[in-house]
Design a protein. Structure first.
Length: 1055
């Protein structure tokens, strides 16, 4: 008996159309596949069967049983291309004539002969990027579209669109994008509704007319001015079909010209864009690709003979198309009744093959099927793949005729770019967003390109000179840089960060440089990978569980394999940030960076500084390091004799003007607006507050269970009011900052003072010693100044973490100005929270679970008894449904997601709001189980205070336990009698160790989320279990625990 194909319920007339987000259809289909399994049925509004794994899809590639179906969006494209090669119905004679006529034009020799023209266009792009300089944001998809359109036009039709010489895209591109987008939209319209879309249809028809007129003009020009070149256009005009003796008529030529102009550039530009995204996400792959180009091509001009010597680059391209097939699906039709892996398919039924799911089938590609690993698409690994597991170019006789053209063009482009440039992401925290028409490509993806060797490029014959680069790389003077005629010395600051702390430290160093006789610039660590600056270098970096920060991974990967000669000329200093609670990996990356430079013979300006965030004020430690170590060492190294900014405290004052009549807002642009759609309290009245908030995400945002949401908060109004009151400012006061002093704040623009205080600076941080010293110097009363001096030397006072406003409220006579106050405040930073929802429930909404920080202040300078309010948690708590909030998605580190294999057992351990990602994990498995997917057992160890206070989401977990989704084992700190005598989560793991052992025997994966003490406590329990179970000593058990990290053991530890 045949198996039933599952189908989500739909709506009358509309069917399942509302299940598909028109902006993100691929994401929507992936969500439905995750819920219903690898085969399901939809009405869109026509009925379709969708398939997304190899076991079901394998039979669909048998052309005796199934044939290509031109339907949905592709059928709409027929309005432009009619019976062209891509859009012809199976029985249309013009397809066969055109296919036989044009196949010779894509043979090895014709493609090889196009290399020079491809190189011509690639050189135009290289020249443009080199001239714009390393700080210029390059629209990857836009420029790769220019490249591929110009290449197909020149190579195939002998015409130049000259896209790199115009700011706007060629009109053909705009018309094509409009046609493809509207074709997709038109395919989703309910029947008999065209009269509602007259304006859209009018635009659609105009776009098609423009594409036809462009093709007609190219054809007319060729007939008027014939050439001997055997390109594609000449083949269409002159070649005779070997079977029928016919030539293509003009309509068929124009249809196929439109086909090639669309298909010949749209998919290749998407492939190149996705490739550079993946390379910039994978430092190891980037390094290997670059090394291959350097080894094979060196500094010679790239030739067609090099194309066959780049297997790793080919692997990168194939792996890119595996993860991101730019034509993400195609449809086949059953020629007769068929059995498909146990499912009955009737004659004429149409089946959509979801390539993005087929290509990520873990049964074919392994547990890391979601990861970018080019080696899997090379050599023996590629040969072992089952037939038809990789189908980005379509299938059989209807496969892409232009594959050889696209492949040569892509290889040439990537090799050329890696030979000439070093790349980085323009937005270090960019998360992939997909733009969908009929094909897909990254949206809003910008990169930066730095010329590696200007001398080589100057000699490469592309019309480039070093004078071009100089003018292209000159930028306007940054606000706040010294403008007088002193002999300023430059140095470079690079930082790595996931949370913003090290970036704030870097900016503070840049701001302080002019006062110490220097000029500095700040960049991400990745931005200097392979191209170290000549000036002294300061590296500010943390470790994240022993791994580099996201925007430092390329730099660290490059550093590991860098030649000694590249590192030896450097003079450097490393400021490391870490948390000793995570002792096994404390300062691992700062140590690696420092020791690698040192081993190469580079000049170490200062000893590596190890700052521990668990000990308190990181900014105070940084100030002390600068004053005691860094500035003296830098002056000695550079011969700087004097300190031009040697005021007694080193705190500068921003020059500001106050305007009390103007109101405006200044919003940050590095995050996007989401909307609050739910907020509620999770704990009982009187207990420490833990809350739930749901946020509708900005359009195009995709996430996975286990990811983070970054929130840009606003300081509590109470704290802002304290500052306004201290400086006697009316609530509507407006200020303008003079640009002569370096600052991260906006200059030369009028802004409300309360807006700057609320949204742009950190008001709650402990005052640094430098700030306190500056306040002391501004107190006219010597007795009071001496009193504060004595306090500033008292470690107990400093450990109470008084804020700057605490001190200024107590010492009201201090003349410490608002300009000084703003100059010393770090910029507002993002806060990251683990997402506590699954996108399978709703891909447009995510939830956060957080603890509200609201406690008596520990500050010993708290004159008025103010409470300490957490900046972000207070902000989130006070949001209401409908409020707008600035958010940005941040993917979690590799491994901290559910296994690709839904049947794999999992163990989770957490305390408090560390429950967030595991609530998401459980919700996702519950949705999958309800959709008919077999899910593995899940065991959750959860520590909280009391069953009547903060046992969060208890009803949901009880329901999931009844459904067999999960088993929850709690530890109540204040009621251990209700949790088998266990007070802490590690106690409960030890108590239930037999179950934990059984799970591990079944190849379970272990996840931890919580503060550092949770991580160390769980690790200790694991080691003790190992000792008892295997009879080994503690050292051996600890080594085993360590060996599981990054393999079966994943941790998300926060301060």
């Amino acid at each position: 008996m045949s198996k039933t194909i599952p189908s989500p319920s739909g709506y009358p007339l509309l069917g399942n159309v509302l299940e598909i987000d028109p902006e993100n259809p691929t994401q929507s289909l992936a969500r439905l596949a995750a819920i219903h399994g690898p085969i399901f049925r939809l009405r869109l509004p026509a009925e379709r069967i969708l398939v997304g794994n190899y076991a079901c899809a394998e039979g669909l590639f048998d052309e005796k049983r199934f044939q290509k179906a031109v339907t949905g969006p592709l059928e709409q494209v027929r309005n432009a291309a009619h019976d062209g090669l891509f859009t012809a119905y199976p029985d249309e004679p013009n397809w066969a004539i055109a296919h036989r006529t044009l196949m010779p034009a894509f043979g090895p020799l014709p493609i090889r002969s196009m290399f020079g023209e491809m190189q011509d266009i690639a050189s135009q792009m290289v020249l443009k990027w080199a001239r714009f300089g390393p700080e210029h944001p390059i629209d990857a998809s836009g420029d790769f579209t220019r490249l591929t359109l110009d290449s197909i036009a020149l190579c195939a039709m002998g015409t130049r669109f000259n896209s790199f010489y115009h700011d706007d895209m060629h009109p053909f591109v705009d018309a094509m994008v409009g046609t493809l987008s509207q074709s997709f939209i038109r395919s989703r319209r309910p029947p008999m509704t065209s009269f509602l879309f007259r304006k859209q249809d009018e635009r659609y028809n105009l776009d098609i007319e423009l594409m036809k007129n462009t093709s007609k003009q190219l054809l007319a020009d060729r007939r008027k001015h014939p050439v001997e070149k055997q390109d594609l256009l000449n083949a269409m005009i002159n070649n005779v079909d070997s079977k029928t003796g016919q030539k293509l008529d003009d309509d068929s030529i124009i249809n196929n010209m439109i086909t090639f102009l669309i298909a010949g550039h749209e998919t290749t530009s998407g492939m190149l864009s996705f490739l550079f995204y993946e390379l910039l996400e994978s430092p190891e792959a980037y390094s290997k690709a670059e090394e291959e180009v350097n080894r094979v091509c060196g500094k010679d001009a790239i030739t067609v003979d090099h194309m066959g010597q780049l297997p790793y680059l080919e692997g990168c391209l194939k792996e890119t198309l595996r993860l991101h097939p730019t034509a993400p699906a195609f449809t086949v039709e059953a020629k007769s009744d068929q059995d498909l892996n146990g499912y009955a398919i009737k004659k004429g039924e149409q089946i959509v093959i979801m390539l993005a799911r087929l290509h990520r089938d873990p049964d074919v590609y392994g547990a890391d099927a979601e990861s970018f690993r080019p080696s899997r698409m090379m050599g023996e690994s590629l040969e072992k793949l089952p037939a038809n597991a990789w189908k980005p170019f379509g299938n059989g006789v209807r496969g892409c005729i232009g594959r050889p053209f696209a492949w040569q063009e892509a290889l040439l482009t990537v090799a050329t770019l890696l030979q000439v440039f070093k790349f980085s992401k323009h937005q270090p925290n960019y998360n992939l967003k997909i733009k969908t028409a009929l094909t897909i490509k990254p949206a809003d993806f910008f990169i930066r390109a730095t010329v590696k060797d200007p001398d080589f490029l100057e000699q490469a014959g592309v019309g480039f000179t070093k004078a071009d680069m100089k003018s292209g790389q000159e930028t306007s003077q940054k606000a706040g840089e010294p403008v007088d005629d002193k002999n300023w010395t430059n140095f470079t600051v690079v930082y790595g960060t996931n949370t913003g702390t090290c970036e704030a430290l870097a900016q503070a160093l840049v701001d302080a440089a002019p006062d110490n006789g220097f000029r500095a610039t700040a960049h991400t660590m990745d931005s200097i990978a392979g191209t170290l600056p000549i000036s002294p270098l300061v590296i500010i970096t943390p470790s994240y569980e022993g791994e580099p920060p996201d925007n430092g991974a390329h730099f660290v990967e490059w550093l590991k394999s860098a030649d000694i000669e590249q590192l030896k000329p450097a003079s450097y200093a490393v400021f490391g940030v870490g948390n000793k609670q995570w002792r096994a990996t404390y300062q691992k990356i700062p140590t690696l960076v420092n020791d690698t430079f040192k081993a190469a013979g580079a000049k170490q300006l200062t000893k590596r500084y190890a700052a521990d965030v668990a000990e308190g004020n990181i900014f105070d430690s940084f100030d002390a390091w600068l004053h005691d170590d860094f500035w003296p060492a830098l002056r000695q190294a550079t011969g700087q004799k004097t300190d031009p900014g040697a005021g007694s405290s080193g705190v500068k004052e921003l020059k500001i003007t106050i305007d009390t009549n103007l109101r405006s807002e200044h919003l940050r642009s590095d995050v996007r607006l989401g909307e609050v759609c739910d907020t509620r309290l999770l704990t009982s009245p009187g207990a420490p507050r833990k809350r739930h908030i749901a946020i509708r995400l900005p359009t195009g945002t995709e996430y996975r269970a286990g990811d983070y949401l970054a929130v840009l908060p606003i300081n509590p109004p109470e704290v802002v009011r304290r500052v306004m009151t201290r400086y006697k400012m009316p609530w509507d006061a407006v200020m303008k900052i003079d640009p002569s002093i370096s600052t991260a704040l906006p200059t030369n623009v009028s802004l409300p003072v309360q807006s700057v205080l609320a949204s742009m600076v950190e008001l709650n941080l402990p005052a640094t010693r430098r700030a306190i010293t500056s306040v002391i110097e501004s107190i006219p009363d010597f007795k009071l100044a001496d009193e504060l001096t004595q306090k500033s030397r008292d470690e107990e006072f400093l450990k109470s973490n008084p804020s700057l406003i605490d001190i200024l409220e107590e010492y009201t006579s201090a003349t410490f100005s608002l300009g000084q106050f703003l100059a010393i405040m770090p910029p507002m930073r993002l806060r990251q929270y683990s997402i506590s929802s699954s996108p399978l429930a709703d891909p447009n909404i995510c939830t956060l679970t957080y603890s509200v920080v609201d406690a008596p202040s520990r500050s010993k300078a708290n004159k008025y008894g103010h409470r300490f309010l957490g900046v972000a948690t207070t902000y989130l708590e006070r949001l209401s449904v409908g409020d707008q909030v600035h958010v940005g998605l941040r993917p979690s580190r590799a491994g901290f997601h559910l296994p690709n294999d839904d049947s794999k057992p999992i163990i989770m351990a957490c305390a408090g709001t560390g429950l967030a990602p595991f609530y998401a994990f459980a919700a996702e498995r519950a949705i999958k189980k309800a959709g008919g997917i077999k899910t593995g057992p899940a065991l959750l160890f959860y520590g909280c205070n009391h069953p009547g206070e903060d046992d969060m989401y208890k009803e949901e977990f009880e329901k999931w336990e009844e459904q067999g989704v999960i088993s929850v084992r709690r530890a109540y700190t204040h009621a251990p009698e209700a949790s088998e005598g266990c007070k802490y989560v590690q106690d409960r793991i030890w108590h239930d160790r037999k179950d934990a052992i059984d799970f591990f025997k079944k190849d379970a994966e272990l996840y931890i989320c919580g503060a550092g003490y949770v991580g160390s406590g769980v690790e200790d329990a694991m080691a003790r279990i190992r000792m008892e179970y295997k009879g080994v000593d503690r050292e051996t058990a600890d080594a085993w625990v360590k060996s599981t990290k990054g393999e079966r053991f994943w941790a998300d530890i926060f301060s």
